[in-house]
Design a protein. Sequence first.
Length: 390
Amino acid sequence: MGKAPLHHTLQQFFRAAMAGQKAVALWRQPNAQKMEACIQLGDNLCTGQPQLERSPFGFLFCPFEATATHHNLFIKADVYFDGQARNYTFADDLPKHQQEAFYTLLAADAVDGWHTPARNEQQNQNEQDFTRAVSSAVEAIAAGNMEKVVLSRCKQEPLPENFCAVTAFEAMAEAYPRAFVSLVSVPGVGTWMGASPEILVSINEDQVFHTVALAGTQTAVANVADAIWRQKEIEEQAMVERYILSCFKKLRLRDYSEIGPRTVVAGNLMHLRTDFRVDMKEVHFPTLGTDMLELLHPTSAVCGLPKEPALQFILSHEGYQRRYYSGYLGPVGQAAGAHLYVNLRCMELLPKEAILYAGAGVTSESDPQKEWQETEHKMQTMRQILLNFE
């Protein structure tokens, strides 16, 4: 079966979820060929703090900050599509009548579309407002209120008339092979798609825990060996490293491997990255994934240091609600483990517009204009996907 039949099956799967007002997730792991998807046929999506070790198979979709209106969501894999085997698998506890209902949805003559949020409070952050917030952050850092804060903004772009969410998902997968590529649509919550370069928490089939410190940004060059990093970017990345190490210390974990920092390419950008791994069997720490997830999120790479004053600064100065931007998402409960990524390089789909999101780490060395340019460069990842349809 070639590319066209796979596209048709993914499109049919996605449209079935739209027709039935069901939550759906499509994803492709970094450096993988297989595209995967799942649908939850029930309506109860909200969850508390995720417990990775006890989770059934499904897909987590969690916000930057869980609130009364923006919940941690779990899309249970009532129906799973394996893009490699090209078949559907039903959850063991799924009643027969719901299996039959799924096939009815597949047969529905649904139009291409997506779930939209119940309310949309987003607004464009103009350059003056953003640079003013960065200047205020630099002043707060100089006053000793915090070491770093990550400020973000969103921008609305017109959606091309011929835009197709599944086609865009496949285009992202092809354009960004080293990223975690996703398309998630939840009734009343919205539809998000992105190509994230950043692992939050990953546990593979061998029970090896993995997380990364990823920070510092510049435009990619032909040869990464030629990359020259400023002191601001080196220190920003070092802060994220120290934050991860402080989480290990809180858990009294001493046995881990650390590789980096090294320069990595993510689309049209480069970052500094350090990888941390722990063999959970050797350290006898079966709940490490859940414990680290609770400690890490939101990481200093999307929030700041110390976490609490940085978070309060964000809430009072960004001028909009991030919702699921800079939250985390990914499959859990699979035989292959749990793999969660920070929701970066993403956009939210509305009926006629897309909302693009990007942020920049602010330290004592930050220049407001350069931070604005960094967000512009980061938005190009999703903007280029939109341009493919024009």
